[in-house]
Design a protein. Structure first.
Length: 421
RNA sequence: GCGACUGUAGCUCAGUUGGUUAGAGCGCCGGUUUGUGGUACCGGAGGUCGCGGGUUCAAGCCCCGUCAGUCGCCCCA
C-alpha cells in the first residue's frame, strides 16, 4: 500500500516548529488582552457568497484560490480564505453594532489554493484583530500600536519596518484612482504584460509592480497627496500625530494600496527582508465601506492580519517546554506512592513527569533528557523509611525528605534553586 | 497559473567517468556487575536511493513522466 501523504501546502508540526507556532499565539493572546481586545470565534467555513461579496468576485483570492465545495444539502460553501469577511458577517447577523465600538481578536487556520513557497501555504494561520464601529483615527492608532507591541514582544521588531499610506476618503480615492488609471492607460503599450492586465482588473496595483520597466511610469504617476480632501488630509495627519505620540516609527510608502474600494484612509504593512518574496508579516487598514457593502449598517472599521508561520520563522528559537521534576520509581512497592506524589505535584502547579519504562538507570537517563531540574527517587528503601530522595540533576547532590513534606520541599527547591535552599 | 533548481536512513549530508551486499555524523535502541542520568567505550535496529516508466550487460548516478519542496513571477499574511 502506498504511504499516505499530506495535502500539498499543508504542514505537520511537532517539537521546535510547534513550540514556535505556539509561542506566537500565546504572545498574541497576552498582548491583545493588554490592549482590551476580546476573543471572537467565527466558522472555518461560510457560504461562498460571504467571501465573494466582501472580497469581490474578480479578486484572485475569490476567483481562483478558494476551496469551494457543495455540502450535502447542496449549498455552496467555502473554507475561509481570510477573517474579516466572516467577522463582518457575524457583526451584521448578530447585531453587534449595539456593542460598538468593538475590539476583537481571532486566530486560526485559513485556506487558499496557491502555489506553496516558503512562508506561503494552502492551509496557513493568521492572527487577526479588528475594531468595528469606530471611525476615529485613534482607532487606527490603536490597531497599529497593538501590532507594534506584539512584534516587539515577539522580539522581531528590529527585523520589521512599518510602512504606511492613506487612501483618503471616497472622494479622494475616486479622483486619485481615476487619475492613476488615466495615466497608465495613456502609456498602456509601455507597461509590462502583468501590468496591462492589472490596468483592466485593478489599476492601483500597478503602483507596486516589481517590473523594472514599469518603474519609470510609476514614478510619474499622480500622487495621492495632491488629491486629499481636507477631511482626508486631516485624518491622515491625526493618525500620524497619534503614532508619533505613541512612539511608533514608520515609513511612508505612497505606493502601498488596496484594490477594493471599501478601503479608506489608512493602509499599513509591517515588512521584513528576512523572508524572501513573502515579506509581509502583518498587513491591514481601514475598511469603512465593507459592512455597508455586505448589506449591514454603514460601519467604520479598521483591522489587520498577521501570518503566524511567517512570524514563527522570524522568532528566535523559543525554549522548548520542559518539566521541572521527574519522578523516578523503582519496584512495585514504590508505584503507589510515586503516582500519589506525581499527581500532588501537578495539582500544586509543578510540571512533573514519570518515566514508566526500564530500570532505574533508564529512568534516570530519561529524567536527564527531559530537562527536569529535580528528580525524585522512590524505591523500596524510601517507602520503608517513609521518605523520598531528591536529586538535583544539575549538581548531582541528593537529600532525603520526608514523604509528607515532599511537595513543599520540592517547591521550595525549585523556587530557591539548588538543594541547600 | 508561469519559469528554474532540488529530492539518498528520523535529521543534516557523502556517494568518485553508471560497475559486486549504499556510507558518515547526530538521533534512537541495547550493553560496559545486582538502586542512580548528563561524558567515554562497545554493539544494534533503521534506506525497494520520492514514485512510475525507459536506456544499458549493469543506474542512487543518464532520459521521460509524476509527486513534493525550494527560489523568482503572480497573489498575498
Amino acid at each position: 500500500m502506498k504511504a499516505p501523504q499530506k495535502p500539498r501546502g499543508t504542514q505537520d508540526m511537532i517539537g521546535e516548529a510547534a513550540a514556535r507556532f505556539d509561542h506566537v499565539i500565546e504572545t498574541f493572546n497576552r498582548v491583545r488582552k493588554l490592549h482590551g481586545f476580546g476573543r471572537v470565534e467565527v466558522p472555518v467555513f461560510e457560504s461562498t457568497a460571504v467571501f465573494a461579496r466582501s472580497l469581490g468576485e474578480t479578486t484572485d483570492v475569490v476567483s481562483k484560490e478558494m476551496y469551494e465545495f457543495q455540502d450535502r444539502g447542496g449549498d455552496a460553501m467555502c473554507l475561509r480564505p481570510e477573517f474579516t469577511a466572516g467577522i463582518a458577517r457575524a457583526y451584521i447577523e448578530n447585531g453587534w453594532q449595539q456593542m460598538a465600538p468593538l475590539k476583537l481578536a481571532a486566530w486560526g487556520p485559513l485556506f487558499r489554493y496557491e502555489r506553496p513557497q516558503k512562508g506561503r501555504f494552502r492551509q496557513f494561520h493568521q492572527l487577526d484583530a479588528e475594531i468595528l464601529g469606530a471611525g476615529e483615527p485613534a482607532a487606527d492608532v490603536e490597531m497599529i500600536a497593538l501590532g507594534q507591541h506584539l512584534l516587539a514582544e515577539l522580539g522581531v521588531a528590529d527585523d520589521v519596518v512599518l510602512t504606511l499610506n492613506s487612501m483618503g476618503d471616497p472622494d479622494t480615492r475616486a479622483a486619485w484612482s481615476a487619475a492613476v488609471a488615466a495615466h497608465f492607460t495613456a502609456h498602456r503599450g509601455d507597461l509590462s504584460e502583468d501590468s496591462q492586465r492589472r490596468l483592466d482588473a485593478n489599476p492601483l496595483r500597478i503602483l507596486d509592480s516589481k517590473d523594472v520597466g514599469d518603474q519609470a511610469l510609476v514614478a510619474d504617476a499622480p500622487q495621492i497627496d495632491n488629491y486629499f480632501t481636507n477631511e482626508a488630509g486631516q485624518f491622515f495627519e491625526r493618525l500620524q500625530a497619534g503614532l508619533q505620540a505613541s512612539g511608533i516609527a514608520w515609513t511612508r510608502n505612497a505606493r502601498l494600496v488596496r484594490g477594493l474600494d471599501y478601503y479608506r484612509h489608512s493602509v499599513f504593512e509591517f515588512i521584513t527582508q528576512s523572508l524572501g518574496a513573502q515579506g509581509t508579516v502583518m498587513g491591514g487598514g481601514r475598511y469603512d465601506g465593507l459592512i455597508g457593502h455586505m448589506g449591514g449598517p454603514e460601519t467604520p472599521a479598521v483591522g489587520w492580519a498577521a501570518g503566524i508561520e511567517r512570524l514563527a520563522m522570524l522568532v528566535a528559537e523559543p525554549a522548548q517546554p520542559r518539566v521541572a521534576v521527574a519522578v523516578v520509581a523503582v519496584g512495585p512497592e514504590a508505584e503507589g506512592p510515586a503516582l500519589a506524589l506525581l499527581n500532588g505535584l501537578r495539582r500544586a502547579g509543578v510540571a512533573a513527569e514519570q518515566g514508566w519504562r526500564g530500570n532505574l538507570k533508564k529512568k534516570m537517563e530519561r529524567a536527564g533528557k527531559s530537562g527536569a531540574r529535580l528528580a525524585v527517587l522512590i524505591g523500596a528503601d524510601e517507602v520503608a523509611a517513609g521518605i523520598v530522595t531528591l536529586r538535583d540533576l544539575g549538581s548531582g547532590e541528593q537529600v532525603p525528605v520526608g514523604m509528607g513534606e515532599a511537595i513543599t520541599a520540592i517547591r521550595a527547591r525549585l523556587a530557591g534553586g539548588g538543594l541547600k535552599g
